[in-house]
Write a protein that binds this ligand. Structure first.
Ligand SMILES: Nc1ncnc2c1ncn2[C@@H]1O[C@H](COP(=O)(O)OP(=O)(O)O)[C@@H](O)[C@H]1O
Ligand SMILES: [Mg+2]
Length: 410
């Protein structure tokens, strides 16, 4: 599906392209439009475009690539409006404040957070769009959801999460007024409460995962909680005094790496549309359970959690704060026990799709987003063994650590 040229682009999209050309000072432009996602599965909705603009700047011909997120179909545009607004607010207000904070404290390079470069964004009704510089042209590459993630790739993401969380803790501590203004964008739970566009079919996906759980006791507990999964998820993202801004959807398809040889050396994450104000553990458990397999969890979980806390401490130290005041290790441990259930449930809902080969994943995404008439999927999977292995890896890890399924409901 991606890399199919779009020969008759809608006028609204052309208008956005000319606005972008104007911003980056390209004149007499020509452009081509492709679907923008690396993974076919992400392209199902067809709302992300890769646009190449060629034009003149100071009499020189320049070619630039952009990612444009814009929803053409009015029904879906209105269904996804709150998510667009979240993405907009993150890039328009949160990122500049975070960059300013990094500058103000002269945070050292290795502890600096990098963000996608947002060129244009609009939250005007029916004109919602958000445009980024295409990162792949700067030598970055996406991971592959079907490949095993190793410790090096994992640790870079864990560090990036610590930097993101730490920066907002710093803003909260040094600029209370600003942080209150930013927190306003995060008041609604755009994901789990109310009628979100992705809610249908989630129970079915969850149950399909529980069906393949080997441990009978865990299986029974998970079945018994089926009806509660949204209540649990919703409680997990309720703010408390240790909350910070979290990515919300930190998994392999939203993470871009740069490499030195074969070694990953840096990450940038994209897709902040469900960023939220919640416990850091909501991000940690989501990332680890959506992306890591049982071997990695067995061998490196504690090391990764320690790395997270050490990196957080280092970022806070740069801002003259003490991690023991802001987010003590003891609280992190308590949060892991209480909020890791978010990562578990999200993984159980998503692993069927994440582990599916492209064609099947596309059909399942259609189910998930209710594009039901077109669905051509009977529930059988070509990648069943990977799916079963990943589900059991996550479930075993969760129960082995004594984490709680329903403490959040108390
Ligand atoms: N700045 C970027 N540079 C390169 N590719 C990007 C960029 N932003 C997004 N993408 C690609 O587009 C896909 C979809 O974008 P994303 O922001 O994740 O939206 P969605 O909500 O549709 O998942 C990503 O998974 C990635 O393949
Ligand atoms: Mg995404």
């Amino acid at each position: 599906m991606p890399n199919r040229k779009i020969s008759r682009p809608p006028l609204e999209l052309i208008d956005i392209i000319y606005q972008v050309a104007n911003i980056v000072k390209l004149k007499d432009i020509q452009y081509t439009i492709d679907f923008g996602c690396v993974d076919d599965m992400d392209s199902v909705l067809g709302d992300v475009f890769k646009v190449t603009i060629k034009g003149y700047c100071d009499n020189q011909v320049i070619k630039r690539n952009f990612i444009m997120k814009w929803i053409g179909e009015p029904g879906r545009r209105s269904a996804f409006r709150s998510l667009y607004r979240r993405d907009f607010a993150f890039h328009k207000f949160v990122v500049p404040k975070m960059l300013e904070t990094q500058k103000r404290f002269q945070i050292i390079e290795g502890l600096r957070m990098k963000f996608p470069n947002c060129v244009l964004s609009s939250q005007d009704e029916n004109k919602e769009c958000i445009v980024f510089t295409h990162i792949l042209e700067r030598g970055y590459a996406f991971g592959d959801r079907l490949c095993k993630i190793d410790f090096n790739h994992c640790s870079l993401v864990i560090k990036a999460l610590a930097k993101l969380h730490g920066l907002f803790y710093a803003i909260q501590n040094v600029d209370k007024e600003q942080s209150e203004l930013l927190k306003v964008f995060y008041e609604d739970d755009v994901q789990y409460s109310g009628s979100t566009p992705t809610k249908n079919c989630m129970f079915e996906f969850y149950e399909k995962s529980v069906d393949v759980v080997n441990d009978p006791i865990a299986k029974k507990k998970l079945y018994n909680h089926t009806k509660n999964i949204f209540a649990i998820l919703s409680k997990c993202v309720m703010p408390d005094r240790f909350s910070t801004i979290c990515h919300g959807d930190c998994w392999i398809n939203n993470i871009i790496y740069t490499y030195k040889g074969y070694k990953p050396i840096e990450v940038i994450s994209v897709d902040y549309q469900i960023s939220r104000y919640a416990s850091p553990v909501t991000d940690l458990s989501y990332f680890l359970y959506m992306c890591a397999d049982e071997d990695l969890l067995n061998d490196h979980y504690e090391r990764l959690i320690n790395l997270y806390h050490k990196t957080l401490a280092a970022v806070l130290r740069e801002c003259y704060l003490d991690v023991n005041d802001v987010y003590p290790e003891q609280i992190l441990k308590q949060h892991l026990k209480k909020y890791s259930v978010l990562g578990l449930i999200e993984a159980l809902i998503s692993l069927k799709i994440i582990t599916a080969v492209s064609e099947e994943a596309i059909e399942m995404v259609k189910m998930r987003y209710d594009i039901a008439e077109e669905v051509n999927y009977d529930g059988e999977s070509n990648n069943e063994s990977l799916f079963v292995k990943r589900v059991n890896g996550v479930v075993n890890d969760f129960f082995r650590r004594g984490y709680s399924l329903d403490d959040v409901l108390e």
